[in-house]
Design a protein around this ligand. Structure first.
Ligand SMILES: [Zn+2]
Ligand SMILES: [Zn+2]
Length: 402
């Protein structure tokens, strides 16, 4: 089968790979119809994770079940499904409590597992024609419709970025009427903003520098903030100060609420410094510094942007270990609640699917490119440079690639 393999920093290649076989009676084999290239794949592409050469990558996967092991009960050949990027067992202490992002049994080295990703266990990725699904009953989300229909791209986004954006909003405690700032207008940032709108937030700001992303944020109902035009935190303070509706309703003391109730970090450690115009410049603490300044006292911060260690590209010994100076005193002073980490996709994916089916959510508005697998190496390069509007790229397989 054809698959995308990591062949070293800056090199993803289309290669012939062995088709996976059932290795346990609880497995299934999925014939992939659509697979996403994720912003988090770029950390591996940049050589910023210790990933073994030859690994088949890709953790955003949907398709049609080709074969199931004899112990699989709820999924059968021909079913259309999407996979959460987290691979989870369903029976460990954390899975039972709903924390499938911290499954204790799937990865011998850490408390989480995923398809085709550095540090996430020995699992093959889904930027490939076929993928092995462990514990298929637990890890498949059943979908209505047929491959290539009006929901195909929406459903693919249920594997990661839609639930991840939603989780960012959940951890930041977004509820109706709240004010929200999303750091980063990539796919996760855009869908965190969209999720905030769906949850009924009153104001949603999205900070980025790429014009196509800022335009998309506006289309989704958010207020775009371009950090190349000046300190984005001050820009949001200013926008709120100039808003007569906000200022006209302030009671004594509320002038201290210059920022927002909720902040979502959808950037992570490969962040660009606000004042820097060179896209390759990095400042890993920029998102959390901005979050600390932006969040109002007693507010919430959800961190879904990725922070990974060891980081061979860190500028100092501490950065290589993922240790960063962040304004802890300011966060304590403001009594901020912070949530970190990977999304337990299964907590949200059924409900978000049902919003798509009911016509209440259309996350595929963020998809910028649909490509054939042969075009993937070039798409990685363009996505990494954020050029030509490359925001969210989906690889199409089989009939959908024609
Ligand atoms: Zn992803
Ligand atoms: Zn588990």
């Amino acid at each position: 089968m054809k698959a995308i393999r990591y062949e070293g920093a800056g090199k993803m290649a289309v290669a012939e790979s062995d088709k996976p076989k059932l290795s346990s009676s609880t497995d299934a084999i999925l014939r992939v119809t659509t697979s996403g290239i994720c912003g988090s794949d770029l950390h591996m592409y940049d050589g910023r994770t210790p990933l073994k050469k030859g690994t088949v990558v890709g953790h955003e996967i949907m398709g049609v079940i080709e074969e199931v092991g004899e112990a699989v009960r709820s999924i059968k050949e021909g079913d259309r499904v999407v996979l959460p990027f987290n691979i989870a067992c369903g029976y460990c202490y954390n899975c039972i409590r709903g924390f499938t992002n911290s499954c204790l049994t799937m990865n011998p080295e850490k408390a989480h597992a995923a398809y085709g990703y550095a540090g996430m266990g020995p699992f093959g990725g889904g930027q490939a024609e076929f993928v092995l699904v462990p514990y298929a009953d637990f890890n498949c989300l059943k979908l209505p419709g047929t491959p290539g229909d009006q929901w195909e791209d929406d459903f693919l986004l249920l594997s990661d970025v839609f639930p991840t954006g939603y989780h960012g909003a959940e951890m930041a405690a977004v509820t109706p009427g709240k004010s929200v700032a999303v750091l980063g207008g990539g796919p996760v940032g855009l869908l965190a903003a969209y999720s905030s709108v769906l949850k009924g937030a009153a104001e949603v700001y999205v900070i980025d520098r790429v014009p196509e992303r800022l335009d998309k944020a506006k289309e989704l109902g958010a207020i775009p903030v371009d950090f190349l035009k000046g300190d984005p935190v001050e820009q949001i303070f200013e926008l709120r100060k100039k808003n007569k509706g906000i200022q006209g309703s302030l009671r004594p003391g509320e002038e201290k609420l210059k920022g927002v109730d909720c902040v979502v970090d959808a950037v992570g450690y490969q962040a660009q410094p606000d004042k820097e115009r060179v896209p390759s410049a990095e400042k890993p603490t920029q998102p959390l510094e901005n979050a600390a300044r932006l969040v109002n006292p007693a507010g919430g911060i959800g961190v879904v942007g990725v922070y990974i260690a060891p980081d061979p590209g860190g500028r100092t010994e501490q950065e290589k270990q993922g240790i960063y100076p962040i304004p802890v005193a300011e966060l304590f002073d403001k009594s901020v609640t912070i949530g970190f980490g990977q999304t337990p996709v299964k907590r949200y994916n059924e409900y978000l699917r049902d919003m798509i089916v009911a016509g209440r959510a259309k996350p595929s508005k963020i998809v910028s490119h649909r490509i054939h697998i042969e075009e993937a190496p070039d798409a990685y390069d363009k996505f990494r440079q954020r050029t030509q509007g490359y925001t969210k790229v989906l690889i199409k397989f089989g009939k959908l690639a024609a």
